[in-house]
Write a protein that binds this ligand. Structure first.
Ligand code: MGD
Ligand code: MGD
Ligand code: MO
Length: 768
């Protein structure tokens, strides 16, 4: 018998088609204008041979070895029953907490997990650890850590980064020129955090193009904008955008095109920036010719861009990727500064914003209602690190570091528990991570699949996928709330996080607190009730829970009108000041200047990165590697499915290279190549393309880390996980965000026999 169950994922709402207890198809949500191709991979993932079928323990750990140089990932696992696993987990949590204090338990668990808001693995785990005494958590994220740290200091809110941003509706009606640093990459619009029913990125872009909007794609990669958008492409060296923006400012200042009225009324500190740009501060005028030498963009092009922006209603937009780089604060600070010089901030369709091409739902028109979410619990240990300082934390227990104006020190981690994230996907410099990972006494990982963190754990707990449980999908970037109905029984011995964590809580004596004395059904009703109350406070009526569940979704209608960001402020900055110390846009920040960071001074500047095409390191490593979001996956998720598999070359992740760079190395289409630098190496399949500018190569993130010799740092990744190559340094002492996009490499033909990709099969498992 065929059954149809409404469901959702970060890659979209769908109907699960179930036959004989198996999901056979994920049918797109009716009315979705652009259903993601990724939906096709869902049945593969759910019924994958790489699912974890029962709890497992690393053999050495069972025999008493507790870290201290252990090279996890090499030894076989031993299956155990759930009762044993729960007892061992509870004993280990209690031991570490009582011996070393709760901050020695790392429960940050950064990662996207799955869309359902109740069975959200990280939140569930952190609730348990909070009940049990506390843990070390993580703040900010890999997406826009630096942007979200900087933006409140300079404009008083993080809205320009995470939304709401100026709406497409206003862009279509009012904007004449839109500069897109990093383009508008439609592949990224497939994803909405928490799950979305409508994928509208292409739809809005098309309406804007039809309305005559002039788009400029300022990016190292031409295909960051679809061909049909008829955008001009301005190829730019990665990591140099701030130099181009500074040179545009030079043109505005020196040609009298800057809106001095706006600068005086709504900003503070444009004079020091002006002095810097004109060269009065350091003797170097930031002219278009100066910027040409850095960016490889012709000076005349830069000057023309500046003049065009001053002449027409313009919007300055940039992808989140620009700040995922060394000194990533600088382009994110200079973009609002430049928009302030143009004077359009607060007018419909003008000003600045980030992320239109980064995620589905940016710039849509939506009521400002909250999304459904599971409340966090206060962490009694009050210990956190900036998310991307993971390896450094493990390397330097007690070590000092700076972050956003604070002098801090790292906790001494003895136990890591990860649920719902993949550090071997998201973190940079995996060889360095592997060495640091080996210092930890115990590592627990909850996962539905044998992903890299599970393979590098001591205790592995098999989690259900969303299709094996009831939940609610909801995103702050979509107008729908979605019923995610259980479609199939839990596979093998997989259990819901909430259920097994309740058993761990029981063993730790905190079951009642952890469950709140509710079961799953009661929790879903409670979360929905809280959300409906939030809607009611904004005058929006939504159906009761039973009608919602019956219907399968709730749609919040598009509002007729929403606010233009910064409109009230721009009209009257005294009556509606920003939440900054001056109440204005801080082109110069006394606060940041007061931190005394040489890597992030008081106003935007060009600071030469360590790794970029214009620096000394490029003599040894002449190619700039961009590691972009994958079209065929969400990070590492769905890598085991057919969509990702179809894109690979002999099972390896493709690397895009300009034909001129390939010819210079004697390489051709389809070659298996070794991509390397002094941090590590991986294999990849060569794809010739004139989309990247010469000197720039592109690999998507997300191929599962597959070391030739598991457990040995420095080993070749035979599959093509590019984080074996990227550098692990903070953007600056301010943001401490990840710097993945600043990465130089070399590429050569792989000469040896082709090693097998084995990571999509379970690791070695021993009889108990
Ligand atoms: N080089 C480079 N690196 C990057 C980036 C880049 O641009 N370049 N981008 C960065 C960015 S922006 C991000 S957000 C990160 C993303 O990094 P992550 O969010 O860590 O990546 P995911 O693969 O989504 O990891 C989620 C994991 O949760 C598991 N999971 C799914 N559902 C469940 C569940 O119900 N229970 C449990 N226990 N587990 C579940 C999945 O199998 C998966 O392994 O990567 C970052 N890394
Ligand atoms: N299909 C799919 N979509 C996704 C995700 C996914 O895994 N798969 N992940 C989601 C997540 S978690 C996030 S945070 C967002 C990330 O959203 P973004 O950060 O916007 O995504 P990226 O693909 O990393 O970068 C966008 C483009 O920026 C360009 N770029 C890189 N460096 C530079 C530079 O220095 N200057 C300029 N001008 N351009 C540069 C690259 O060519 C790249 O194609 O994507 C989301 N969307
Ligand atoms: Mo992200």
């Amino acid at each position: 018998m065929t059954q149809f169950r409404p469901h959702s994922a970060h890659w979209g709402a769908f109907t699960a088609v179930v036959e004989d207890g198996r999901v056979v198809e994920a049918r797109p949500f009716p009315g979705d204008p652009a259903p993601p191709a990724l939906l096709a991979a869902i049945p593969d993932a759910v019924h994958s041979p790489v699912r974890i079928d029962r709890p497992h323990i690393r053999r050495g750990w069972l025999r008493g070895d507790r870290g201290g140089g252990t090279l996890r990932g090499a030894e076989p696992f031993v299956p155990v029953d759930w009762d044993t696993a729960i007892r061992l987990v509870a004993e280990e949590v209690a031991r570490v907490r009582d011996t070393h204090g709760p901050a020695s338990i790392f429960g940050g668990s950064y990662g996207w997990s799955s869309a359902g808001r109740f069975h959200h693995a990280k939140t569930q785990l952190q609730r348990l650890l909070a009940c049990a005494g506390g843990y070390t958590g993580q703040v900010t994220n890999y997406s826009y850590a630096t942007g979200m740290t900087l933006m409140p200091r300079i404009v008083g809110t993080n809205a320009p980064v995470e939304g709401p941003v100026p709406e497409w509706r206003d862009i279509v009606a009012h904007t004449k020129l839109m500069l897109c640093f990093g383009g508008i990459t439609l592949r990224n619009g497939q994803i909405t955090s928490g799950g979305g029913a409508r994928h509208e990125m292409a739809l809005h872009l098309r309406l804007a193009v039809e309305a005559g909007l002039r788009l400029v794609n300022i990016s190292p990669v031409r295909s960051d904008m679809p061909d049909w958008a008829r955008a001009e492409w301005i190829p730019i060296r990665p990591g140099t955008d701030v130099a181009l923006m500074l040179a545009m400012a030079h043109v505005l200042f020196s040609e009298g095109l800057a809106d001095t009225g706006f600068l005086q009324r709504c900003t503070t500190g444009h004079e020091p920036l002006r002095a810097y740009v004109l060269g009065q501060a350091d003797g170097v005028a930031k002219t278009p010719a100066w910027a040409e030498a850095i960016t490889a963009v012709p000076a005349a092009t830069i000057a023309a861009l500046a003049r065009d922006c001053a002449r027409a209603p313009s919007l300055l937009a940039a992808a989140w990727s620009l700040q995922r780089a060394e000194r990533g604060e600088q382009p994110f600070w200079m973009l609002p500064a430049l928009a302030a010089m143009l004077g359009g901030i607060g007018k419909p369709g003008q000003g600045f914003a980030f992320g239109y091409g980064s995620m589905g739902g940016m710039g849509i028109t939506r009521e400002r209602v909250p999304s459904v979410s599971l409340p966090a619990m206060t962490n009694p240990a009050r210990s956190v690190i900036p998310v991307a300082r993971l390896t450094e934390m493990l390397e330097r227990p007690g070590g000092a570091y700076d972050y956003n104006g604070q002098a801090r020190s790292y906790p001494d981690i003895r136990l890591i528990w990860w649920a719902g994230g993949n550090p071997f996907h998201h973190h940079q410099d995996l060889n360095r991570l592997l060495r640091a990972w080996a210092r930890t006494e115990t590592i627990i990982v909850s996962e539905p699949w044998w992903t890299s963190p599970a393979r590098h754990a001591d205790i592995v707990l098999p989690a259900t996928t969303t299709l094996e449980r009831d939940d609610i999908g909801s995103s702050s970037a979509d107008r729908f709330v979605l019923a995610m109905k259980q479609a199939i029984a839990p596979q093998a011995q997989a259990r819901n996080e909430f259920d097994y964590l309740a058993d761990v809580a029981d063993a730790l004596g905190v079951r009642e607190r952890f469950t709140g004395q509710r079961d799953v059904g009661a929790w879903l009703r409670a979360l929905y009730a809280t959300w409906s109350e939030g809607c009611a406070r904004r005058g929006i009526e939504v159906p009761d829970f039973d009608s919602f569940w019956e219907q399968g979704h709730v749609e919040i209608p598009e509002p007729p009108r929403t606010d233009v960001p910064f409109a009230a402020f721009a009209r009257d900055p005294v009556a509606a000041p920003l939440h900054t110390p001056s109440g204005r846009i801080e082109i110069y920040s006394e606060t940041i200047a007061g931190f005394g960071y040489d890597d992030c001074p008081g106003h935007p500047v060009w600071l030469e990165p360590r790794e970029w095409l214009g620096g000394v390191a490029a003599a040894t490593w002449p190619l700039h590697l961009l590691t972009s979001q994958p079209a065929t996956r969400l990070h590492g998720q769905l890598d085991q499915g057919r969509v990702a598999a179809a894109d690979k070359i002999a099972g390896r992740e493709p690397i895009l290279m300009h034909p001129a760079d390939a010819a210079a190395r004697g390489l051709g289409e389809g070659d298996i190549v070794r991509v390397f630098n002094d941090r590590g190496a991986c294999l990849a399949g060569l794809r010739l393309s004139d989309a990247p500018m010469p000197g720039v190569v592109v690999m998507a993130t997300g191929a599962w880390f597959d070391p030739l010799e598991p457990g040995r740092p420095g080993s070749l990744c035979v599959h093509g996980n590019p984080n074996i190559l990227t550098q692990d340094v903070g953007t600056s002492r301010l943001g401490q965000g990840p710097s993945a996009q600043s990465c130089l490499v070399e590429v050569e033909r792989w000469q040896g026999p082709l090693p097998e990709v084995t990571v999509h099969r379970p690791p070695p498992i021993e009889a108990p």
